[in-house]
Design a binder for this molecule. Structure first.
Ligand code: SF4
Length: 175
């Protein structure tokens, strides 16, 4: 059974992705690589939810130590871009580079991301970045297909997972 590292952008989104990847025959390890998250309390809330998901589904969880200052540096010049635009493209790339490096270093046959499940995110942009990083290892799955998002909301509810009301960075934070 091939091993896959699943970038877990948040626990609710990854809940359906785990189910789908297992159906496809993969052995799934969750990977929380989300330096984009702010403030720190929100990072902790989402990491706690990822740990809860890992327990519910019986999957290991790798945590990539977050460096939000480095993430902010990578976003220089596009901070005020509209959500879904250049800043988000760079943000996807930042996280996927981290997950790709971990997957390669730890011998995973494949990696992918739960980001594509969000109706607010353009899957084509995310999948193109993954393929560009590693056309062999990247598994291009559009998790929002076949009612994936709806399924993730059902699973998150049954697992009682925290669900946030903004994407993740300070530029998307609605108060
Ligand atoms: S809005 Fe979301 S995807 Fe876009 S830069 Fe912020 S955290 Fe990343």
């Amino acid at each position: 059974m091939p091993a896959i590292l699943l970038h877990t952008c948040c626990a609710p989104c990854a809940s359906h992705a785990v189910e789908e990847l297992r159906r496809m025959g993969y052995r799934v390890t969750l990977c929380f690589a989300n330096a984009n998250l702010a403030p720190a309390e929100e990072y902790e809330r989402r990491l706690t939810a990822a740990r809860q998901l890992a327990e519910h589904v019986g999957a290991p969880l790798l945590v990539d130590p977050p460096d939000h200052a480095a993430w902010l540096t990578a976003m220089q010049g596009v901070e005020q871009a509209a959500e879904g635009g250049d800043r988000c493209g760079r943000c996807f790339r930042y996280s996927l580079e981290r997950v790709h490096a971990l997957a390669a270093a730890q011998g995973f046959e494949a990696f992918t991301t739960s980001l594509t499940i969000s109706p607010h995110k353009r899957s084509a942009v995310i999948l193109a970045i993954g393929r560009e990083l590693d056309p062999i290892r990247f598994l291009a799955v559009d998790f929002k297909k076949q009612h994936g998002f709806q399924r993730s909301t059902e699973l998150a509810k049954s697992y009682q997972l925290y669900r946030q009301n903004y994407c993740g960075c300070e530029f998307s934070h609605r108060t």
